[in-house]
Design a protein around this ligand. Structure first.
Ligand code: AMP
Length: 422
């Protein structure tokens, strides 16, 4: 029986990785020019890190985390997100001593045992940033605008940025009680999941997708009404900064996000292109997180976005963009020997993207390969040409062709290259 990959864990083939690498390069550059440095943390961490940071009552920790006991009886887990590891590393390496505000970014895999569907995998890639050290709303605005501008830069226009504020943990607690009180009138109409959340993590009920529950939630009291004057000022100032940057947003007082660690600003960016899994990116402030993990009290904010969903929104045409400089058609062993040598020279001396046939197929079939690869030129080395120590260079777009001596044929492409460079 064939062994297949694990459900929800997908391979990225060369036709994918080409596009991925292009986007990853853009992201590395984008974060660098914003002053963020890359952090790479291990894929496996102590489970306790996530239990404490994300919260034991969340679905991520409760149901979706790949967690097991190591040989030394330590409970370890595949990271379900990258904020907790980044913060763990920040504390462990005393990064607060280096800069007043530490700016980190990451790109890497995360794991959640969710039900796979379009835009939802069990292994997925996240890119994201953490700014640790500033409590001010200008930092919120920078983070939100960065998250938004990446999509804009990549030409994704069907965007919906939603923001909210959940206040401090005290405000959250106060609101939880108010919300529970309101929901207690509808408890019989709630699903089993929501009934469970009612006791463990009532704010999560606001995330419910069920139409019946949406109707109930619609009229629930707003968390914004619980904010104190300082929290409100932070939220208002964040909005003013966003307005100033011309970043369009809407306020949704139900956007509380599932994780326990959020305080004050929360935000999400959705795209109409994605179907039910429409969240491209989520983030917010987590002012208590560093302290919760044994560090000092240092305010922070960040976001995480899914690479797969970004790629879906970009809707790459996999064939688009394939472009080969030269394809060498060779007929017969002598031609193959020459072909290998010309490939070598073109690649190593001139950095030209060149391919040749390795299946000893017919002339016609080799020409088909060259067309499929969108080759700009072909070099034809038939038996006749080899006898005369020449090769034919054909420009595919015009059909023009001419002969060149075998031992100097590669030089022609050097001239071509410099012509193109002009
Ligand atoms: P979260 O950490 O849940 O806020 O997720 C941040 C972003 O990661 C989301 O907005 C998605 O783009 C992406 N994401 C989260 N879970 C998955 C998943 N299971 N599969 C693919 N992408 C995901």
């Amino acid at each position: 029986m064939k062994i297949q990959s694990i459900k929800g864990m997908n391979d990225l083939l060369p036709s994918d990785t080409k596009n991925w690498r292009q986007i990853e390069n853009l992201l590395h550059n984008f974060f660098t020019i914003h002053g963020y440095g890359e952090i790479r943390t291990p894929i496996v961490e102590k489970s306790d890190l996530f239990n404490r940071v994300i919260g034991e009552s969340t679905d991520i920790v409760n149901k979706e985390m790949y967690s097991w006991q190591d040989q030394n009886e330590e409970q370890i887990a595949l990271r379900p997100e990258l904020t907790a590891p980044a913060v763990r590393a920040y504390i462990e390496h005393n990064l607060d001593k280096l800069n007043k505000v530490s700016k980190l970014y990451y790109i890497g895999p995360a794991f959640r045992r969710e039900r796979p569907q379009k835009g939802r995998q069990r292994q997925f890639y996240q890119y994201g940033v953490e700014s640790i050290g500033s409590e001010h709303p200008e930092q919120d605005a920078e983070i939100i605008s960065m998250a938004y501008n990446i999509f804009l830069m990549l030409g994704i226009d069907d965007l919906d940025l939603v923001i909210n504020s959940v206040g401090s943990s005290n405000t959250k607690k106060k609101y939880e009680e108010i919300l529970k009180q309101y929901l207690s009138n509808y408890i019989d109409q709630l699903s089993d999941t929501s009934k469970d959340r009612y006791n463990k993590n009532p704010l999560r009920i606001l995330d419910s997708k069920s139409a019946q529950e949406q109707e109930i939630i619609k009229n629930a009291p707003s968390i914004l009404e619980c904010l104190n004057s300082e929290e409100l000022e932070h939220f208002n100032d964040t909005q003013k900064f966003l307005d100033n940057l011309n970043i369009p947003y809407t306020i949704d007082n139900r956007l509380v996000r599932g994780l326990d660690y959020y305080t004050l600003t929360t935000f999400e960016i959705r795209s109409g292109k994605l179907g039910s899994q429409n969240a491209l990116c989520g983030g917010g402030r987590y002012n208590n997180l560093i302290e919760q993990l044994g560090g000092k009290s240092i305010p922070s904010i960040g976001f995480a976005a899914g690479m797969e969903r970004l790629m879906l929104a970009l809707d790459f045409n996999k064939e688009q963009g394939i472009h080969l400089d030269v394809f060498i058609i060779s007929i017969g062993k002598k031609a193959i020997t020459n072909s290998l040598k010309i490939c070598d020279k073109l690649r190593n001396q001139l950095g030209i993207y060149v391919r040749m046939d390795f299946s000893r197929s017919s002339f016609k079939s080799q020409m088909r390969q060259a067309n499929k690869l969108n080759a700009e030129y072909v070099i034809i080395l038939g038996e006749e040409e080899i006898k005369r120590k020449v090769g034919i260079i054909k420009t595919m777009s015009t059909g023009e062709q001419f002969e060149a001596p075998l031992d100097t044929i590669h030089k022609h492409f050097d001239i071509e290259k410099s012509k193109n460079d002009k």
